[in-house]
Design a protein around this ligand. Sequence first.
Ligand code: FES
Length: 107
Amino acid sequence: MPKITYINFEGEATELDLPIGHSLVEGAIQNDIEGIVAECGGSCMCATCHCYVDEAFLDKLPEMEEEEDEMLEDAASERKSNSRLGCQIRMTEELDGLIVRLPETQV
Ligand code: FES
């Protein structure tokens, strides 16, 4: 099963196995990862699942849809070039070893 590491704003890292097809939000919620709120439950309507994706994985991610792009404009923490919404990224074999950093605040 591919691995993912979530690093919270304080720098604490949590590595876990995330089944293929599960979103980064599902992995965070099911494993009590602090720093992802996911108010809308993964429907791309809240931007409280904002993540900074490690640069090495950016080109392995699915293209950003317009809705995600718009939601990120309203994210509570600074939007950066590696900002994505965790609910819009689903685990694949290619993403094994993925590292995401979580912003200071989601609300
Ligand atoms: S969980 Fe709401 S936008 Fe991702």
